[in-house]
Design a protein around this ligand. Structure first.
Ligand SMILES: Cc1cc2nc3c(=O)[nH]c(=O)nc-3n(C[C@H](O)[C@H](O)[C@H](O)COP(=O)(O)OP(=O)(O)OC[C@H]3O[C@@H](n4cnc5c(N)ncnc54)[C@H](O)[C@@H]3O)c2cc1C
Length: 431
């Protein structure tokens, strides 16, 4: 007698990976139910009207060199907009604050960038595939700090490069894998300035949630918000998924899109493979802070870089008005600053500028968020070589999709969409 299922595929999580997978399955005639723990779509894509703007408390920037996300921008006719162009740039040299322009700062970091990631295209000629060359594995043993320390740079160049990489990697550089820098740059075929622009300039004018809402709008099946999954049991015939409150749903397959750092906390039977559990337990290097500040205007648009050790290594204007401006800032370690304290933020800002008055702050604590426990994926040394292929491998009828385990732009919206597309195809082919 054939078994009765509630649906063909249960998708756990309505972040970009989950909604993309559900939409794709629907277009292939596969029925889905999406179960999302939060009261909203988007996961780590989180737009909120704060400080008078559509603020991105999670993922922020996207670019046409990111093929999966940009296809969605085109498909849905979404309007991208850029941040205010910096008129001034501040950085540290000889222990003093220097003032110049952005091209001047880019020139300062160029030798370090070229020496560090100029070989990215050679080490990762096909960043869209899982890399397994011996040269890449060797590089993957290093932390980003070790790779930087091995370069012959002046103190000023080193400090400036370190601050720029904190902005990208959102974790202490002695925990970040060198592979993160190589993978990001390989995604733009070795052009580090393009990588820099791709990861920090363009966002959606009306808020990035337009992206996730557009994709979700094309999902044919049900999406249940406020529905945390508490147990997943899989066998040769299908997957049973129990949600808070006790209801159990049964499907032929399930796609789990939870962030890497919380995979090991989920009650899954039979349990995930040892490599998967260890990768999750060890956790990513992503533990930084993203803090928004509304400040008194008028001010000129600016960029500022300090050092890897400051609570905020990078600060810049994102929106500039007559009366006020909104700044966005990043630091390597969220525990170095209280994001609710204007006093703390003012102190951090004063390393460059004591002429700016902070009026209001906004942030989301991703490291303590029980459905994330990380910001954006940044691997530790060797994590990629040891677990990337295995994390993409399904466990019977339980499949994994996530921006954290994508190939090309892992840790980005693009990677989440890539992963959702790939897994939806694999699942529908198997069904
Ligand atoms: C501060 C910050 C800044 C970033 N900046 C950028 C950027 O500038 N550009 C860029 O491209 N990317 C950026 N990112 C990364 C980007 O947001 C993510 O890579 C992408 O959104 C991940 O999508 P996902 O679907 O893989 O995971 P998620 O968005 O985390 O989705 C997973 C979903 O699963 C749900 N879930 C978890 N557990 C359960 C459960 N038990 N039951 C049911 N549901 C569950 C979660 O609530 C969540 O909705 C940033 C992220 C952060 C946090």
């Amino acid at each position: 007698m054939s078994e009765i299922f509630d649906t063909d595929v249960i998708v756990i999580g309505a972040g970009l990976a989950g909604v993309t997978a559900a939409r794709e399955l629907g277009t292939r005639g596969v029925d889905t139910i999406v179960l999302e723990a939060r009261d909203r779509l988007g996961g780590r894509l989180f737009t909120e009207k704060r400080l008078g703007k559509y603020l991105e408390l999670g993922g922020n920037w996207m670019h046409w060199t990111q093929p999966h996300v940009w296809a969605e921008v085109t498909r849905y006719g979404l309007e991208a907009d850029r941040l205010a162009r910096a008129e001034e740039t501040f950085w540290f040299a000889n222990g003093e604050v220097c003032k110049g322009d952005l091209p001047g700062f880019m020139q300062l970091i160029d030798p370090g960038m070229e020496a560090l990631v100029g070989n990215a295209g050679k080490l990762l000629p096909r960043p869209d595939l899982v890399a397994d060359s011996e040269d890449f594995k060797e590089a993957d043993q290093l932390t980003l700090q070790q790779a930087l320390d091995a370069l012959e740079l002046s103190d000023d160049e080193r400090q400036a490069n370190e601050a720029a990489w904190v902005g990208h990697c959102n974790g202490p550089l002695d925990q970040v894998g060198y592979s993160a820098a190589l993978r990001w740059t390989a995604a733009t075929s070795g052009a580090w300035k393009v990588m820099h622009e791709a990861s920090s300039v363009y966002r959606l004018k009306e808020g990035n949630d337009q992206l996730v809402k557009s994709i979700a709008g094309d999902i044919k099946g049900e999406i249940r918000l406020n529905t945390p999954v508490t147990k997943i049991e899989h066998d040769a015939e299908g997957v049973s998924v129990t949600v808070e409150g006790g209801e159990t749903l049964r499907a032929r397959k399930a796609i789990l899109t939870a962030p890497l750092n919380i995979l090991h906390e989920l009650d899954i039977a039979p349990e995930l493979s040892e490599v998967k559990r260890e990768a999750s337990q060890t956790g990513t290097a992503s533990q930084g802070v993203k803090l928004w500040m509304r400040v008194k205007g008028p001010i000129k648009p600016f960029f500022a870089y300090s050092t890897k050790d400051h609570p905020l290594s990078v600060v810049r204007t994102e929106f500039v008005g007559e009366e006020d401006a909104v700044l966005v800032s990043f630091g390597a370690d969220a525990s170095r600053i209280d994001v609710t304290s204007i006093e703390d933020a003012q102190k951090a800002l004063s390393v460059w500028r004591d002429d700016i008055e902070i009026l209001e702050l906004a942030a989301h604590d991703w490291n303590e968020d029980q459905y994330a426990k990380e910001t954006w994926l940044i691997n530790r040394p060797l994590a990629y070589s040891q677990s990337q292929a295995e994390l993409q491998r399904p466990e019977g009828n339980l499949h994994l999709a996530s921006g954290d385990i994508a190939n090309l732009w892992a840790g980005f919206f693009d990677g989440a969409i890539e992963s959702g597309l790939r897994v939806a195809r694999e699942v529908s082919e198997q069904l």
